[in-house]
Design a protein around this ligand. Sequence first.
Ligand code: SAM
Length: 257
Amino acid sequence: MTRRRWIADEVSGNHAALSGAHADHLVRVLRARVGQEFDISVGAVVRRGRIRAIADHRVDFELAEEVPALSTTDVTLLLAVFKFDRMEWAIEKCTELGVSQIVPVIAGRTDAHLASASPKRAERWRRIALQAAEQSRRRVPPEIADPVKLREAMNTSAGLRIVLAESEQGTSLRDVFATQPHEGDSGDGARTTSVMLAVGPEGGWTDDELQLFPQAGWISASLGPTILRAETAAIAAMAIVMAACSSPFSSSAKVLS
Ligand code: SAM
């Protein structure tokens, strides 16, 4: 039986608590009672939790054994800022699909008004990611970074970095994974790695940016012949990467060499 999962607001030893709107949702909407059991995410682990007290805007849990967790793939999504309602939909869906970190980026063709309004919007994106993480029974929500300029984000870290470009004619995203060397299959076809994906704004990447990416070691990939909206491209790319890198039911993790 899968228990509903909550990400604890407070943890100390074998006790955890939800507070504020979080607790209100559990008590008022889900009508939770003392003695009821849930999965409680406490930092990097998930433990079985039994409600031991309910007070105003607060629910206290007694924590018991650890719940085995599924291994996931480490995917960072550089998401060029675009219309907020559709961007927030992409954040929700990519969280459900298992993204580890979302970095909102200001690209050359990002709308100036959205670019200046985005830093104030980041808290709301984190709330959306937290709710989607709980709904999809993740251990922890993805990290949502503060918006940064594309060039700052483009040159960070190593690992496999893929820019989604509607102008790319040769390599599809699936090809990228089909051609990557890897160590030892776990027999269920599971491969995991750390991947960085970049999805452009509504206006697409500028020619300059499309030259900068390969210079910075990024691989350009296509999602097919049709032009997708930015949110569709982000969700499609996440689904393809998760399918290529990890079996949802595998508990073992192998590293791409
Ligand atoms: N300005 C472009 C146009 O109208 O030709 C469309 C940009 S699209 C709305 C936004 C972003 O989604 C692109 O920058 C790219 O990252 C991604 N994208 C959309 N369709 C794609 C495709 N077929 N292959 C790869 N990436 C795609």
